[in-house]
Each structure stands twice: as structure tokens, then as C-alpha cells.
Design a protein around this ligand. Structure first.
Ligand code: FMN
Length: 214
């Protein structure tokens, strides 16, 4: 294997700072502010986030999914209900999300409990998708092993033929999840690894704002 000098890759963070006296009391508003910054700064795929889930015996796995909405109830994403992540969420509904926006030297970590969104919400989002994505949702037995690429392509042709001229409804095994958070941390890179970390911790009816050591 080629020897790579990864250890010497190093970046100093100096763009911005984050102070507990300046953050918004409501973490969802603070998230919205940072998401807007990411969009305005033309971060590539600003709504891409790493979703971590675990099996019931604590074996974690992580993958990128797209945030499709957020409000005071939580952060939603859409996927297959027969996927590996879906199986893990059934075993353990606690999960974590991570956004990394390198252009802004920012990270957001979110932890909470995941539930399926309502069928209506899944239908509404599914119906808003382009036709190709709808067919994709019908075609892909997500996370199952398949023999080869041709298998997928021919499944797509079969589905296209059987759905041709019809309204494409949401497959039962595809829909949304919402993570309702109890912890949200905003991380701003600072010089000399003395980064700013501001954490919101949910108590019964309010959010406590605390600074964490970097
Ligand atoms: C940028 C990006 C966005 C993605 N968005 C989604 C998504 O919104 N929903 C989804 O099911 N998979 C999405 N994926 C694919 C997942 O990372 C993953 O491969 C898939 O969901 C299967 O994961 P699982 O086997 O752990 O269930 C995305 C991947 C990337 C790189």
C-alpha cells in the first residue's frame, strides 16, 4: 500500500466565533440561522447529514441522508422502511445526526429519538418528488443484496411498464422519519484547537445552554 502522510494534513480555523451570549435561546432557530448561512455560502449539499443508528446490542452504523424539513418537533428525512437503518431504528429508536459545513468551519451534532412521520406527511413529500425518484423508490429494495446492476435496471423497466400512465403512489415500505432531539451542539472551529462548542440540553420544558470544552 502507498504510504500517505495523512498525519500532517492540518487546518487552522479562524473564520468565525460562537458565544453563548449571542446564540438564539431556541435551538431550532439557531439551527435555521446556521442552515441559512450554509445555503447562502453555497456549501455543497447543505442539507446532507450523517445519520447514526445502532442495533439493539449497540453496534453502530452511519450513512448520509438528506434533511427534508425541521421545526420544533424535530428533523425529518425520508428513506426505505425495509432498509438497514429502518431495521436498526426499530431495534433502537435513539439516533444521532451530524452536519459538517467545512466552508464555514462548522459542525452541528443532534441526538434524539426517531419515530416514523404520519402517512399523510410521507404521501405529501412523496407526491412532491420528480417521477424518476418515485420510480426509484418503487424499484430499490434498499439495503438488500442484489445480484448485479442489470437486475436493478430490469426491475426499473418492469416497474416503469407497470406504472405507465398511472398515478404513482407512495410504496407502503417507503416514508419519513423524524428525530426529536434532546441534545443539539453547535461547533465553530477556532485557532489552536480552542474551538467554540455551545450545547443545548433539553429539560422538561426548556433548553439549557452550556459551553463545552473543545
Ligand atoms: C449526499 C447523499 C444523500 C443521501 N440521501 C439519502 C436519503 O435522503 N435517503 C436515503 O434513504 N438514502 C440516502 N442516501 C444513501 C444512504 O447514504 C445509504 O446508502 C442508504 O440510505 C442505505 O443505508 P442503510 O443500508 O444503512 O439503510 C444518500 C447518500 C448520499 C451520499
Amino acid at each position: 500500500m502507498i504510504k500517505r502522510d495523512i498525519a500532517s494534513i492540518r487546518k487552522e480555523y479562524a473564520l468565525k466565533q460562537l458565544d453563548e451570549s449571542e446564540v438564539i435561546q431556541n435551538p431550532f432557530d439557531q439551527f435555521g440561522l446556521w442552515l441559512d448561512d450554509a445555503i447562502l455560502s453555497r456549501v455543497s449539499e447543505p442539507n446532507a447529514m450523517v445519520l447514526s443508528t445502532t442495533t439493539s446490542d449497540g453496534r453502530p452504523s452511519a450513512r448520509v441522508v438528506l434533511l427534508k424539513g425541521f421545526d420544533e418537533n424535530g428533523f425529518s428525512f425520508f428513506t426505505s422502511y425495509i432498509s438497514r437503518k429502518a431495521s436498526q431504528l426499530e431495534q433502537n429508536p435513539f439516533a444521532a445526526l451530524v452536519f459538517f459545513w467545512p466552508e464555514l468551519e462548522r459542525q452541528i451534532r443532534i441526538e434524539g429519538m426517531v419515530k416514523k412521520v404520519s402517512k399523510q406527511e410521507s404521501d405529501d413529500y412523496f407526491n412532491s418528488r420528480p417521477e424518476g425518484s418515485k420510480i426509484g423508490a418503487w424499484t430499490s429494495p434498499q439495503s438488500q443484496t442484489i445480484p448485479n446492476r442489470i437486475f436493478l435496471e430490469s426491475l426499473k423497466v418492469d416497474i416503469e411498464n407497470s406504472l405507465s400512465g398511472k398515478t404513482i403512489d407512495r410504496p407502503e415500505n417507503w416514508g419519513g422519519y423524524r428525530l426529536t432531539p434532546y441534545l443539539i451542539e453547535f461547533w465553530q472551529g477556532r485557532p489552536n484547537r480552542l474551538h467554540d462548542r455551545i450545547q443545548y440540553r433539553k429539560t422538561e420544558n426548556s433548553w439549557i445552554i452550556e459551553r463545552l470544552a473543545p
